[in-house]
Design a protein around this ligand. Structure first.
Ligand SMILES: *[C@@H]1O[C@H](CO)[C@@H](O)[C@H](O)[C@H]1NC(C)=O
Ligand SMILES: *[C@@H]1O[C@H](CO)[C@@H](O)[C@H](O)[C@H]1NC(C)=O
Ligand SMILES: *[C@@H]1O[C@H](CO)[C@@H](O)[C@H](O)[C@H]1NC(C)=O
Ligand SMILES: *[C@@H]1O[C@H](CO)[C@@H](O)[C@H](O)[C@H]1NC(C)=O
Ligand SMILES: *[C@@H]1O[C@H](CO)[C@@H](O)[C@H](O)[C@H]1NC(C)=O
Ligand SMILES: *[C@@H]1O[C@H](CO)[C@@H](O)[C@H](O)[C@H]1NC(C)=O
Length: 526
């Protein structure tokens, strides 16, 4: 069986923000336009295993001006439940923000329908700003994108001047986006997307209630849905929980478990030397220290690499960003170890692929900014005002603090705001209490954030999953999946302080989800 890796994830959602509340906007919840017609999807540009159905509904373009007559066609995907007729739908959101969910549904839709118990269809509403739903892009085409002189994200502690350079760079990007998106950019944001989703709930004509499983940014969208429409939520699983209080203002807490995740990489490397030659004779502490020293050395002496006559430079920011991103997915750790070898033995084999596919800004990355930065309620005027956030992140995480700054500063200098922003307190009671889940060492959505959000959701429970990675699908755990099944099927919550083990084997390069799936399908006698 193939290994399933979620291809999309929260790309350093660090929005510094805060802002005058834009309340006073009168809210009309326009109803969806009748039933949805589902047809087999055409070519979605990806060959997954799921036979998806496609549908759409028409919604107001601008919920604050429902009488304007301007509308938007929402793209919707559905993975039918294996056991038909289904009991209804569970809405899934894959995060980002900026993930359309299209490749993810194609690759994972049928697996997810098993994970929720086999009797619910999985529905993905392609969020505004992504896919063909009002795509957010800052450049007219690829040429414009290249011409704009974008540079790869720089970690702010790379040198004495890098913080200032990042601060300048993000302004150029913000200006380009504001220019290109001046007509429709303000209609993109979490509050409008929440209204879109509720319109789909109505159009489905099931029980009129939302069942939700959101990962990463999908928890932020989920928390906002729950807070805006508490009476319309049946059940909600928030997986890899973001602190929604911070998201709309300034993101600091999110890096708090990044260092423990990195220490986990080092100790698992040492315990699995066969798959991790960089361990050598070192202890875990010596390896961690050695990596930090080698990165520090790159600040004054980066490594030039030539691939087919094309030159690249591997510097502190390259390596730090590479490490931070790999902490999301423990299945990629053997590969990370190969990449880090360039610092120890000069072996570039492991890092080659990344070098020859450098990262220009992609439309997906622009959509991510377009959503999270337009949600930001606290734009900042001067670099000086951003320093407290930079210092707080550095203090919380040595490995991730200065990597996360880029995204935070981007949102601080953003030139647009969404027409509607949620400004409430996330204190709500739902029919069934919310289930929050997360891993013990998640580099971007720490358990602390799950616990804080749980305080506002009456009767909610936080389930911890042992191990590492971002969201509970980064390492398969049948214990966690069975808990989620029991919740959707029977409304059963786990005991408080429940901890689930993972089935993934450390440093195997496998996320263990296939094993979990096999166990479930065998148990179901299929
Ligand atoms: C999907 O499969 C078809 C037929 O095998 C192939 O022509 C097409 O290029 C594939 N598309 C992608 C995105 O891999
Ligand atoms: C919306 O769905 C209808 C009915 O299936 C279909 O005819 C139409 O092409 C769809 N529109 C878009 C924009 O996908
Ligand atoms: C958007 O920018 C274009 C080009 O500068 C301008 O013609 C148009 O009036 C602007 N629209 C809005 C709503 O500001
Ligand atoms: C490991 O330690 C032994 C003995 O101290 C030494 O001979 C060997 O070269 C070391 N190997 C590595 C990879 O450092
Ligand atoms: C360089 O790294 C690759 C990939 O990790 C490995 O297969 C190869 O043996 C390494 N070469 C040397 C000389 O260590
Ligand atoms: C930033 O860089 C300086 C100088 O290289 C170093 O001493 C310091 O520990 C770094 N700070 C963090 C938070 O990594």
């Amino acid at each position: 069986m193939q290994t399933f890796i979620f291809s999309y994830f929260l790309s350093l959602v660090v929005c510094a923000t805060a802002a005058p509340s834009t309340s006073g906007v009168s809210i009309h919840n326009t109803r969806g336009s009748g039933k949805i017609q589902w047809d087999p999807c055409g070519d979605l540009g990806v060959n997954g295993t799921t036979k998806l159905e496609c549908g759409n509904i028409t919604v107001p373009l601008d919920y604050t001006e429902p009488d304007s007559g301007e509308t938007l066609d929402l793209q919707i995907l559905r993975a039918p439940a294996p056991n038909q007729p289904s009991k209804g739908s569970v809405f899934f959101n894959f995060g980002g923000p900026g993930a359309s969910g299209i490749p993810q549904m194609s690759l994972m839709g049928s697996v997810l329908s098993v994970f929720v118990g086999g009797s619910y269809d999985i529905v993905n509403v392609v969020p505004r700003g992504t896919g063909s739903t009002l795509p957010f892009s800052c450049y007219a085409d690829e040429q414009e994108r290249i011409k704009s002189n974008l540079r790869a994200p720089v970690a702010t502690n790379a040198s004495d001047t890098s913080l200032g350079e990042v601060w300048a760079e993000v302004k150029n990007i913000a200006d380009a986006c504001a220019h290109t998106q001046n007509e429709t950019g303000a209609f993109i944001g979490t509050a409008f997307t929440a209204r879109d989703i509720m319109n789909v709930v109505d159009a489905l004509e099931e029980d009129g209630k939302l069942r939700w499983w959101g990962q990463s940014y999908g928890t932020l969208l989920g928390s906002t849905l729950i807070a805006m429409f508490p009476d319309k939520v049946d059940k909600a699983v928030l997986d890899g929980v973001m602190n929604a209080h911070e998201y709309y203002h300034i993101n600091v807490e999110q890096v708090s478990d990044a260092d423990s995740a990195f220490s986990g990489f080092c100790s698992q490397c040492v315990e699995n030397k066969d798959n991790c030659p960089i361990a050598g004779n070192r202890t875990a502490e010596e390896l961690e220290d050695g990596i930090y020293r080698a990165m520090e050395a790159l600040k004054s002496e980066p490594i030039p690499v030539s691939v087919d006559g094309q030159g690249y430079i591997v510097d502190y920011s390259t390596i730090k960003g590479t490490i931070y991103n790999a902490l999301y997915f423990p299945a990629t750790w053997p590969r990370l170890a190969q990449k880090l070898d360039i610092m120890f033995s000069g072996n570039i084999t492991g890092i080659l692929n990344d070098l020859v596919a450098p990262l220009p800004a992609t439309p997906d990355a622009e959509a991510s900014k377009g959503i999270k930065c337009s949600d930001n309620q606290d734009p900042l005027k001067a670099l000086e005002d951003a320093l407290p956030g930079v210092e707080a992140r550095a203090k919380l995480s040595k490995i991730g603090g200065d990597v996360a700054d880029f995204s935070a500063l981007q949102c601080a200098r953003w030139g647009m705001q969404a027409k509607e922003q949620y400004t409430g307190d996330f204190k709500v009671k739902t029919e069934n209490p919310v289930l929050l889940v997360g891993t013990q060492n998640d580099p971007i959505t720490p358990l602390t954030s799950a616990k804080k959000m749980s305080e506002g959701f009456e009767g909610s429970v936080v389930l911890e999953q042992e191990g590492y990675g971002h969201t509970i699908t980064s390492q398969g755990s049948s214990c966690t999946i069975k808990t989620i099944m029991a919740y959707f099927n029977d409304g059963i919550l786990p005991e408080p302080n429940t901890i689930c083990e993972v089935d993934a084997v450390p440093f195997s390069g496998d996320d263990g989800l296939a094993v979990v799936l096999e166990g479930l399908t065998n148990a179901a006698g299929r």
